[in-house]
Design a binder for this molecule. Sequence first.
Ligand SMILES: Cc1cc2nc3c(=O)[nH]c(=O)nc-3n(C[C@H](O)[C@H](O)[C@H](O)COP(=O)(O)O)c2cc1C
Length: 204
Amino acid sequence: MQPSLFGNSPERDDMKKSVGAKTLLFPTPVLMVGTYDHAGKPNLMNAAWGGICCSQPPCVSVSLRKATYSHACIIERKAFTVGIACEGRMFEADYVGIASGRDADKFAVTGLTPVKSEVVDAPYAVEFPVVLECRLLHVVEIGLHTQFIGEIIDVKADEDVFAEDGHLDILKIKPLIYDTSRKGYHGVGPLLGKAFTVGKSLQS
Ligand SMILES: Cc1cc2nc3c(=O)[nH]c(=O)nc-3n(C[C@H](O)[C@H](O)[C@H](O)COP(=O)(O)O)c2cc1C
């Protein structure tokens, strides 16, 4: 790298190679989007294009192609759930990302148990340890994908994923992480540092 006039910022980065405009982000989550269809059949699909998008009101977004069965279900019911896929359910999580609820009863095939949310008109699978129950707030047409922004009405979590301090414990949840480059599932590693804290060591 060439030294510059401005501190140690280089004029150009010779270390990086361009890979083009692609959906590469590390990490992305593995979200289990739960919906009811017009006949009341529960369905689950895998979505990696999603995440928290507002703190107040608490919101999460998922981006779905119109071709998915779940897309119309969310618009019709104005609700969806977001389960956190976990290591112990990797095979089921992947299956619901391959098969369509248009042709298959994914709950019957996987043996996952559908439960109706008490707060929104959508189901979730009890086997995933954490679930966000969402009311549809906004629909954003982006291109191939439609972004559904859901207001989180409640979060339910299994008792065994709480730590003694009352917080949800990521190491107990064991969420799956999706690698957008090699399209693989990974697990979470150990705590490396406390957020809003470790950066303070660089403050003057
Ligand atoms: C790891 C993984 C991530 C996926 N992420 C998305 C996504 O973010 N958006 C999407 O539209 N489809 C995504 N898919 C594909 C859908 O899950 C798949 O098309 C599914 O069959 C749709 O189900 P449905 O037709 O029952 O709604 C993903 C699949 C996998 C395996």
